[in-house]
Design a protein around this ligand. Structure first.
Ligand SMILES: Nc1ncnc2c1ncn2[C@@H]1O[C@H](COP(=O)(O)OP(=O)(O)OP(=O)(O)O)[C@@H](O)[C@H]1O
Length: 686
């Protein structure tokens, strides 16, 4: 018999109901954020912009700040069962759950106990979700699974899953894919993208006539390859289909298998990239190119390629288009936006107050109870060390927690996910390894203890809640260390009809000089990068390096033509006595990007947290080429200039502002390096 935090939730909830019912519960829940403590109680409810996620757990009868500002939340079924608020989540896209014949008992119990209380969600609310397609001869969408010919076996399994109707992304993507077209698709987190690419692949393989595989060799010849960024996500997708016909892999491991000739890609008919933008950012791009372009995989046009993600920055679209032939671009919902199903709160919390603030949230969550049901909370932190430390601190303070990050063994990572899913440790402290794709039922609260530096990372992180039509809550701790996120965060919240705290609007309105590549109105208007005039100007060609400030594109370093209003800053990358080779090595081991983030943070302080730097390589020798490829899309930045001189241990910041465009970029970098003897990096901001 386990005695989990959920048991204490149950006890608290029972106590509350037993003693004085709802009013006791309400009293307990009168949460006061630290910065408002010891102040007289306000006569009227605090403005929701001042936080108070607790109120989210209060449900509609609590006079909740949060509930009051979110009429749509209640409409969507989040108002709660038994007046209890948070636990009463919608049932998603009409999916009813059956007992999973392969699951263990604990999972089944938990799933059943939750599903019994699902109150249903208005699926029709999704009907008016904005959808945009571009490309030639786009096949029409369908409304039901019955309209799509996926074959008897797949249809049967769809019925077994009790998927009653396709989600919006499935309505569009499945017919496109069945028509044999390449696809780049962007749809919100938790909206059913996995099935959107898996169903047609499985169906195609079950019905297709494929060449005979060579016999008697130990190499396997899969027909479909699905690439995803983390092992956990690969395993999750693998749950849908196992076997050698469909290979689900992370790039690193696959490169290894390919190099040892354990796998051949010669017969690949389908290639899917899940979390495609992550797969093509600087961490993975070299490996993906190796797999897709330099091994034996058939080229675009001879295979069908599908790329899916909830976010798709334009520069990544450009890269991705290398892998596609005459593709259709599909967006369902606003590109890179969060779903409206997630109520987003942002609270100003100084670093030193974060732990106590988190504890307040967790206490509030307990006090407002979910009536014995595990309400899972996912807490995102910046570093692996930070994750370990917070996990430890939570545990010794009576909150069963576990942690997942890149330094833990695979076994530990899986164990952490298991105990979290079961509710034995209803708090999971995670780095970005858990930010994307993971579909964990019943995560009701995502806390961004440390905000990421990139708004897309934020979108993926909070997307771990509010999935499959259910509602969720996301709380972010913001402080002066997150200035670069003020504007994108405020814009995103506004887009998702969230109440933006006034203080955040003020932060956002201050100019930090950054180029906010995805912020502002018209996110939905800026979709398929092929529609950009710059793309057309270059004759439809793909020239990733021609964006930004460069007048000559990649390889032409003689420019220096900063656009009006651009600013530039110079940094040395030699902090922490890193020698260049070790830096390069570290840069390649970037699954959770900690080291680079350290560098980034140094830079951020130096540049006054200005967002969205553009960076470009200044010289192109082989060694730098590698670093360049690793760093190119690091966080929100793209390397603009990067040059090397002898390393000076301990050298740091050189010059915060170099002479206003009077010198060419290369000269500036060289001069700075000559002055400092350090490896230098020039950042410019539009
Ligand atoms: N047609 C459907 N009806 C009901 N539920 C569905 C349907 N399609 C998918 N789901 C469920 O929705 C949940 C989210 O799906 P999935 O994990 O594919 O989302 P996603 O869009 O890939 O999210 P992310 O962007 O976070 O990776 C899953 O639990 C899945 O089983």
């Amino acid at each position: 018999m386990r005695n989990s935090w959920a048991d204490s939730v149950e006890n608290v909830a029972t106590d509350n109901v037993g003693s004085s019912g709802a009013s006791a519960s309400t009293r307990r829940s009168s949460y006061v954020p630290p910065h408002l403590r010891n102040k007289p109680m306000a006569a009227e409810p605090l403005a929701s912009s001042q936080g108070g996620p607790l109120s989210g757990f209060n449900g509609p009868t609590s006079g909740s700040r949060w509930g009051a500002s979110r009429p749509d939340y209640r409409r969507q079924g989040g108002g709660g069962h038994t007046g209890g608020g948070w636990g009463g989540r919608g049932s998603g896209w009409g999916r009813e759950r059956e007992v999973n014949p392969f699951g263990n008992d604990a999972d089944v119990d938990l799933e059943q106990s939750f599903d019994q209380e699902n109150t249903g969600i208005n699926f029709d609310a999704y009907e008016d979700i904005p959808v945009e397609t571009s490309g030639e001869n786009v096949p029409p969408p369908v409304n039901t699974f019955a309209e799509i010919d996926l074959g008897e076996a797949v249809n049967l399994n769809i019925r077994r899953c009790k998927y009653v109707k396709p989600t919006p992304v499935q309505r569009y993507a499945i017919p496109i894919s069945l028509a044999g077209r390449d696809l780049m698709a962007c749809a919100q987190t938790g909206s059913g993208k996995t099935a959107a690419f898996c169903f047609p692949i499985i169906s195609g393989i079950m019905r297709g006539n494929f060449p005979q595989r060579p016999r008697g060799v130990r190499t396997v010849f899969p027909l479909a390859l699905i690439l995803s960024p983390t092992r956990e996500l690969s395993m999750q997708i693998r749950e849908l289909e196992r076997g050698v016909d469909i290979l689900v892999a992370t790039p690193g491991r696959l490169v290894d298998l390919l190099e040892r000739a354990k796998v051949s890609l010669q017969l690949i008919s389908y290639l899917a990239l899940d979390e495609a933008d992550r797969m093509l950012d600087m961490g993975f791009e070299p490996q993906i190119r190796r797999i897709v372009e330099q091994m034996d995989m058939p080229p675009p046009g001879e295979r069908q390629t599908m790329l899916f993600s909830a976010t798709f920055p334009k520069e990544i679209q450009r890269l991705a288009s290398d892998f596609l032939a005459n593709y259709i671009f599909l967006t369902v919902g606003r590109v890179g936006s969060s779903t409206d199903l997630i109520a987003q709160r942002v609270e100003f919390v100084h670093d030193g107050d974060k732990r106590s603030h988190l504890m307040d949230l967790l206490h509030a969550q307990m006090a407002n109870g979910v009536h014995g049901k595990q309400s899972l909370t996912l807490v995102f932190v910046e570093t692996k060390k930070g994750a370990d430390a917070l996990e430890h601190w939570l545990c010794i303070n009576g909150f069963p927690a576990t942690a997942i990050h890149g330094d833990r063994t695979q076994q530990e990572r899986e164990q952490a996910l298991r105990t979290f899913k079961r509710g034995d440790t209803p708090i999971l402290v995670a780095t970005d390894v858990a930010a994307r794709g993971l579909d964990i039922p019943h995560v009701s609260h995502v806390v961004n203890f440390d905000l990421p530096n990139d708004i897309d990372d934020y979108v993926h992180r909070i997307g771990r809640t509010g999935r499959a039509g259910k509602t969720g809550l996301a709380t972010a701790f913001f402080n002066d260390g997150n200035l670069s996120m003020a504007k994108p965060l405020a814009d995103l919240m506004q887009e998702a009809n969230q109440e933006v705290p006034e203080w955040l609007t003020r932060y956002a309105s201050r100019s930090y000089g950054g180029r906010n590549r995805r912020a502002g109105a018209g996110r939905f208007g800026v979709r398929d990068f092929r529609r950009d005039s710059s793309y057309n100007r270059s004759g439809g060609g793909v020239n990733y390096y021609d964006g930004g400030n460069s007048s000559g594109g990649y390889g032409n370093y003689s420019g220096g033509a900063y656009g009006p209003g651009s600013e530039k800053y110079m940094f040395a990358l030699t902090n922490k006595n890193q020698s260049h080779p070790s830096f390069a090595k570290i840069a390649t081991e970037m699954e959770n990007r900690t080291i680079l983030k350290e560098i980034w943070n140094i830079n951020e302080q130096q540049i006054g947290s200005r967002p969205q730097p553009h960076l470009r390589v200044a010289r192109r020798d082989k060694e730098l080429e590698k670093i360049w490829s690793d760093l190119r899309n690091y966080q929100s930045g793209v390397i603009e200039r990067f040059s090397r001189a002898s390393m000076t241990p301990g050298a740091s910041h050189i010059s915060p502002r170099l002479g206003e465009g009077s010198q060419s970029w290369a000269e500036e970098v060289e001069q700075a390096e000559a002055n400092s003897g350090a490896l230098c990096l020039l950042l410019t901001y539009e």
